[in-house]
Ligand binder design. Structure first.
Ligand code: SF4
Length: 480
């Protein structure tokens, strides 16, 4: 049974065309997107005639630890993927980019997101004779493209993608081009950049920074960008009734140094912290600390607005091996201790505001606040820079089942009591939407409100409620 100690992100994607060291730059891009997925990594490249693939389980640096690997990843075109399995088990068959050969030639795909009607589509395709190699929902897209009788890759993609529902930012590689796609609701970020004549796409702009590429713009919701040696061209999928970008990208997922949905994450996260301080001040406090690293910028915003000093009261150990990411239950207590330590000199005798980005099950923050008290804090006031997470994410985020969410069935006061803190306050949904950039695109907030922006496929809905949003659990049960 898997119990994630915190929210897990799910996949970073990268693509580049027109650079002689495409695979190496993809490796660097994936390195900077490591926070979006740590279970597998992979690159597919093309030299115009043939495609080459290397994937493996583990971190990017482990999968590509042998420099000779890059000699085999030939060509000036490459795409890459970091995976965290929100659907499909964590096995090598699900490592992306997935690659096939079909009547149109070789085709590979890297996918960030989660399809909500993939089970229905897969059952239909299997009934019609399709044989699947993986349990990943991304493979459904490849099958739909391969079965299309439309002429040309873009038409085939458009026909395939009109059939899928859910969250998908995609980068495809064919022999002579890459194609970047963002779903019409724009759930996941995807941006376009360039580097000395090469065109680059990446989940977050921090990947462009690392390879010294310039950010150009976001891929628009519903946009398909075909990139080849002659340049790039845009096509569009039918528009959704509204755009619902994942607001959690600003709260937690994306790196603060990235620009997503047209804005810097750092700037937005500070505004969220400021909004939280204005809405939910702590009447008596000496210092503000964050739960590092994802809450650092919101805590800075809070401290600034509250006119309180920001201090480093918790130190995070960044050198924890994979062993501690999937601990056996008995090791979970130890897991928090090994990940965080308190700074006694900062906390002793202080009334402390602790800013965290979200509470999912509440077990990690309970242990942390206990540690903060043990280090001598006289009062602990917990401030959460998002509203209570009451509903599971059906678009790829690993929040687990509704039963696992502490806010699903408990009022704030009950949670405060469970966490044993002096006060607990969450940012309001109105405050959150006030702090994030406004514009013509809206946001998905359904993990807070339960108002899902897509009619969720019945089979998928039933499946999630029975087994949780992590299929790893289901696979485990199946083999029992
Ligand atoms: S449910 Fe929450 S985490 Fe999932 S896409 Fe919507 S806002 Fe993001």
């Amino acid at each position: 049974m898997k119990f994630p100690p915190q929210i897990k992100e799910y996949c970073g994607i990268f693509g580049i065309l027109g650079h002689p060291r495409a695979a190496e730059l993809t490796y660097l891009g994936l390195y900077s997107l490591q926070h979006r997925g740590q279970e597998s990594a992979g690159i597919v490249s093309s030299d115009g005639d043939r495609t080459y693939r290397h994937v493996g389980l583990g971190l990017v640096a482990d999968v590509f630890s042998n420099p000779k690997t890059f000699l085999g990843l030939k060509g000036s075109i490459a795409i890459g993927h970091n995976r965290y399995s929100t659907t499909g088990s964590n096995s090598i068959v699900n490592a992306q980019p997935l690659a096939i050969n079909y009547h149109g030639g070789p085709l590979a795909v890297a996918h960030n997101g989660n399809l909500v009607n993939s089970l229905t589509l897969r059952r239909r395709l299997e009934a019609e004779g399709s044989i699947f190699q993986s349990t990943s929902d991304s493979e459904v897209i490849l099958h739909l493209i391969a079965r299309s009788r439309q002429k040309g890759l873009i038409n085939q993609m458009q026909e395939a993608l009109r059939q899928v529902e859910g969250a998908y930012s995609l980068v495809f590689l064919a022999k002579d081009r890459i194609v970047a796609v963002r779903d019409p609701r724009g759930f996941r970020p995807l941006c376009l950049g360039h580097k000395q004549g090469a065109i680059v796409v990446a989940s977050e702009s921090c990947a462009l920074d690392l390879i010294d590429a310039d950010y150009v713009r976001d891929v628009e919701p519903g946009e398909i960008i075909e990139i080849d040696a002659t340049g790039h061209r845009s096509y569009f999928l039918p528009a959704a009734d509204r755009v619902t970008q994942c607001v959690f990208e600003f709260i937690y997922f994306s790196r603060p140094d990235s620009r997503i949905f047209g804005e810097y994450v750092d700037k937005t996260r500070r505004k969220i912290g400021k909004q939280l301080a204005q809405e939910k001040p702590a009447s008596s406090a000496d210092i503000v600390i964050s739960v590092p690293d994802s809450s650092n910028t919101a805590a800075l915003g809070y401290a600034h607005a509250a006119n309180l000093p920001f201090e480093l009261g918790l130190i995070r150990n960044h050198y924890i091996g994979r062993t501690f990411i999937h601990p056996i239950p008995a090791m979970r207590d130890f897991n928090v201790r090994i990940k965080f330590n308190t700074v006694g000199g900062v906390l002793r005798g202080k009334r402390v505001v602790v800013v965290d980005d979200s509470i999912v099950r509440g077990t990690t923050i309970k242990k942390l606040t206990r540690l903060i008290r043990k280090a001598g804090a006289s009062e602990v006031h917990l401030r959460i820079s998002s509203p209570p997470v009451r509903y599971p994410c059906l678009f790829g985020m690993d929040f687990g089942t509704r039963q696992e969410l502490i806010a699903a069935y408990n009022e704030v006061e009950q949670i405060r009591d469970f966490l044993d803190v002096d006060s607990l306050e969450y940012l309001s949904i109105e405050g959150l939407l006030e702090a994030v950039p406004k514009g013509r695109c809206g946001y998905c907030t359904c993990c807070f409100t339960g108002e899902y922006p897509i009619k969720v496929d019945e089979a998928y809905d039933k499946f999630l409620h029975e087994h949780g949003s992590n299929i790893l659990e289901l696979d485990f049960k199946k083999t029992e």
